[in-house]
Design a protein around this ligand. Structure first.
Ligand SMILES: C[S@@+](CC[C@H](N)C(=O)[O-])C[C@H]1O[C@@H](n2cnc3c(N)ncnc32)[C@H](O)[C@@H]1O
Length: 200
């Protein structure tokens, strides 16, 4: 009952704020990591010029302001999410990225809360990360934010063969290639960092 009321209140807030054009940030630890550690790093570093953010929500709408100095793209399979996307928004699946971008085009892909949240089918996931590899430049970075709980993990991410093409990417602000909240075990969100290797 209390959960239903909370959901209704949040829904009304989203509608009201969307109509008014106001931001609706989510205040959680994993959002803090994304918004205060991950995004600022890539905003600051000039070599990451072309950025794709996969999956949009009312609470990600303001990211376009942070990436305003970049060529910032968003993609979502749900046409209704366009209102939260960038000026350069694609309605479509991440598994068809190669039909929207040439090879080696993007410098950064952030795919947070999509694996296990719609991108579930093993073949689709394999294709999504494989075309992502194609579309990334050498040295380009893929970040996958995912929830390590059975209901949001269609299969173990590490069994995804297309991810094998990438190298782990050491994300210096968090001193790791895979961030998990070790202090709060109830927070099951993980950020996995990958890089398309440079060819010698
Ligand atoms: C839980 S939301 C995550 C939104 C956002 N990326 C974030 O940081 O929270 C999942 C979003 O991914 C989208 N989505 C699911 N499967 C997708 C796919 N194959 N390609 C692109 N977007 C997809 C859904 O429509 C939904 O808007």
């Amino acid at each position: 009952m209390l959960t239903d009321i909370r959901r209704i209140v949040r829904g009304l807030k989203v509608v009201g704020h969307t109509v008014m054009g106001w931001d609706i940030p989510i205040i959680t630890h994993d959002r803090y990591i994304l918004e205060q550690k991950i995004i600022p790093y890539f905003v600051k570093h000039q070599e990451f010029k072309k950025v794709l953010f996969v999956g949009c929500g009312s609470y990600t709408k303001h990211y376009k302001r942070w990436f305003k100095q970049k060529e910032y793209w968003t993609i979502d399979i749900n046409p209704l999410k366009k209102i939260y996307g960038a000026k350069n928004h694609i309605i479509g699946s991440m598994s068809d990225l190669n039909t929207h971008f040439p090879e080696n085009y993007l410098d950064l892909v952030i795919c947070n809360g999509v694996f296990g949240w719609g991108l579930n089918d093993k073949k689709e996931v394999e294709k999504a990360f494989s075309v992502c590899f194609q579309c990334l430049s050498q040295g380009g970075v893929l970040i996958i934010g995912w929830d390590n709980v059975p209901e949001r993990k269609p299969f173990p991410l590490e069994t995804c063969e297309s991810l094998g093409q990438f190298h782990p990417y050491f994300f210096s602000p968090l001193s790791t290639t895979e961030y998990k909240n070790l202090e709060d075990k109830s927070n099951t969100h993980i950020y996995s960092f990958y890089m398309k290797p440079t060819v010698a």
